[in-house]
Structure formats: structure tokens, C-alpha cells
Design a binder for this molecule. Sequence first.
Ligand code: FMN
Length: 180
Amino acid sequence: MNEVMKTILKRQTIREYKPEQITDEQLDALMQAALRAPSGRNGQPCHVRFVQNAEMLKEMNVDFKELVGYDTPAYTRWDTNPVYHNAPTFIVLFAEGESYMDGGIMCENICIAAEGMGLGTCIIASVGALFADGNEQGNKWKRAWDIPEEYKFLIAIAVGYPDEKPEMKPRFEDRIKVIK
Ligand SMILES: Cc1cc2nc3c(=O)[nH]c(=O)nc-3n(C[C@H](O)[C@H](O)[C@H](O)COP(=O)(O)O)c2cc1C
């Protein structure tokens, strides 16, 4: 089996990370994977931030907890840090409009590239609550990351060296059929 297929088949969500930061070469490769992602009419709507500032990420986590409250599923998962799972690198995708398809395609490009370099990833949609329209806590981070306030959050990805080896999650194989 070729290396790309092997990489696709072994990717899985990682929610425990080693504290070591990814290397600058790996960071550069992930940025290339993001940049080379296809987009509708090559419109390239995604604005991507690779956040490696640990203090910033901790503060963002607190903002999220304050926002979602203490009696929600996010609170019961607080110990495992539902915002970025204590990963050293947190990638956030925004766009001027609701370019969720383009964001999803770029997201998987990044995840597969990361897997190919021995890194773990977790795709994170739940942090989107922080960036809901008009939310001042989210706008604070958009300003810090040079993202216009009106831009939409598309998706985020935690990246780092895996510190767990979960069971592979099952798939519904009957949902994919060949019609000849
Ligand atoms: C669009 C999307 C949003 C997701 N959001 C979250 C999230 O907010 N938090 C989280 O821990 N995992 C999140 N995940 C990871 C999924 O839970 C995971 O991909 C799924 O359980 C399958 O597991 P696997 O990736 O190991 O195959 C998300 C995945 C996708 C594709």
C-alpha cells in the first residue's frame, strides 16, 4: 500500500499531547499543506493562524469556560481541556463568509500532513462558540490574531506529538456503496 493510503488509514483523533513543541520544519510543512489545499474557483477564502503561544492558549481556554458556563458538557470535560486539549500548536481557520467546505478540505490536508510526520491532531468545532458573532471574548482573539471581527470561525485543529494511542473508532461501512 502506498504511503499516502497508509497515512490516511492510520490517522485518528488524539486528545493527549506531549508538551514538546513541533519543530519549525514541521510547522512550515503544515503551512504548506494548508496553502496547497484546493478551494472553490481557487478563491482561497481561508485565513489561518498557527497559534504557538502557550499563555494565549491558556487564556483562551479560560475565556471559553467563562463563556460556556459551568453546567454544560464542556465543563464536565474541563479536565481534558475541550478547547485545545493542551496541544502545543493550535490552528484556527476563519473566512470572510461561510466557506465551511473549503475550510474542511484544508483542515484534512493539514491533519494528513501532520499524521505523515508522526504528529497527532484533533479537529475542534466546539471552540466555535467562542467566536460566535458579536461575542467580545472571541473578538478579542480575532484582534490579537489580525482577523477582522466579522470573519466566521470555520474550524480549529490541535496539533502536537501524541501522548496516547486510542482504539481506532469504528465506521459505518454500509454507508458507502458502489453503483455499477
Ligand atoms: C467537523 C468535526 C468537528 C469535530 N469537533 C470536535 C471537537 O469539538 N472536540 C473534539 O474533541 N473532537 C472533535 N472532532 C473529532 C471527532 O470526534 C472524531 O474525528 C471522531 O470521533 C472520529 O474519531 P477519529 O478521528 O479518531 O476517527 C471533530 C471532528 C470533525 C470532523
